[in-house]
Design a binder for this molecule. Structure first.
Ligand code: ZN
Length: 52
């Protein structure tokens, strides 16, 4: 038995990413917790955003 919760895996230090970034033009947008970055589009170039 271990104390590691199942399915947790390794976590990054600090806060989780709170911004989505456009890989095309570098535009950054605040991330909504309920909305994954890849479902957002950059308002400038309409590229799919990625998580920061
Ligand atoms: Zn863009």
């Amino acid at each position: 038995m271990t104390d590691t919760p199942p399915g947790e895996g390794r976590q990054h230090h600090g806060n989780p990413p709170s911004k989505c970034v456009c890989p095309q033009c570098g535009y950054k947008a605040d991330k909504s917790p309920a909305v994954p970055c890849w479902s957002m589009r950059c308002p400038k170039c309409e590229t799919m955003m990625v998580g920061g």
